[in-house]
Design a binder for this molecule. Structure first.
Ligand code: MN
Length: 232
């Protein structure tokens, strides 16, 4: 048996709807600018930019219903409501046609962003990690298997929205993804080998804005789930 110099870390995992089993989380990939209107509000050209990716650490996951502290070193914490695809079978150079066979299921997530730190990094040509990959920056609902929810962004007009304190902040439909889940998996698997346990946050619509201490975020994707997270 392996002996460690310090106690080994607990495997990060996420709930599975309707099951006592847990889904182990290996890596969290996030797609940047996957909705035209959000790309434009961030000052980018949605027609020219190929998909690009950043990561959050696996232990940034926050479970549905949690209350989280307002994070340090920011005065501009933003919500980004996103579809989350969970990989159940890994691979490299996966074709678009085969890509959805690699998906285990889906959840509803929020890509919490320290926008002031991210903007400073952009200005200075530095990495986004501290703007995106901080502690408790990845709320996500329980995962729902494909057998129950299908592939939500292949269907027309599935709503995605987030309310803060009962008021709508972001609202769109999943068919507005510039790069579909299948295309995203195919492209990403050409850059890195995907493995079972990887999550992909699929990008956010326009309307990203700040949340403050005491705010309650309620996110929703039709036919997937509802996510509630409160800032302490
Ligand atoms: Mn995002």
């Amino acid at each position: 048996m392996m002996k460690y110099a310090i106690p080994p870390f607990e495997q990060v995992s996420i709930a599975i709807e309707g099951s006592d089993d847990r889904f182990p989380v290996r890596r969290i990939y996030c797609v940047g600018r996957n909705y035209r209107a959000h790309a434009i509000e961030m000052g980018a050209d949605p027609d020219r930019d190929p998909p690009f990716f950043f990561m959050k650490p696996a232990d940034a996951i926050v479970e549905n219903g949690a209350t989280i502290p307002y994070p340090p070193q920011t005065e501009n914490l933003h919500h980004e409501i996103e579809l989350v695809a969970a990989i159940g079978a890994g691979g490299a150079d996966i074709s678009v046609a085969d890509a959805l066979n690699h998906v285990w299921g889906y959840g509803v997530g929020i890509d919490l962003t320290r926008r002031d730190i991210q903007n400073k990094a952009k200005e200075m040509g530095r990495p986004w990690d501290m703007g995106k990959g901080f502690d408790q920056s990845a709320p996500c609902t329980a995962l729902h298997p494909v057998s129950e929810v299908g592939h939500p962004d292949t269907e027309e007009s599935r709503s995605i929205w987030i309310k803060v304190n009962g008021k709508i902040r972001q609202e769109s439909t999943l068919d507005h993804h510039i790069w579909s889940t299948a295309e995203t998996i195919s492209y990403l698997s050409g850059l890195v080998t995907l493995q079972a346990g990887d999550l992909i946050y699929m990008g956010t619509p326009d309307g990203v804005a700040a949340v403050m201490s005491g705010d309650k975020m309620e996110g929703h994707i039709d036919g997937v789930d509802d996510l509630v997270v409160t800032i302490a």
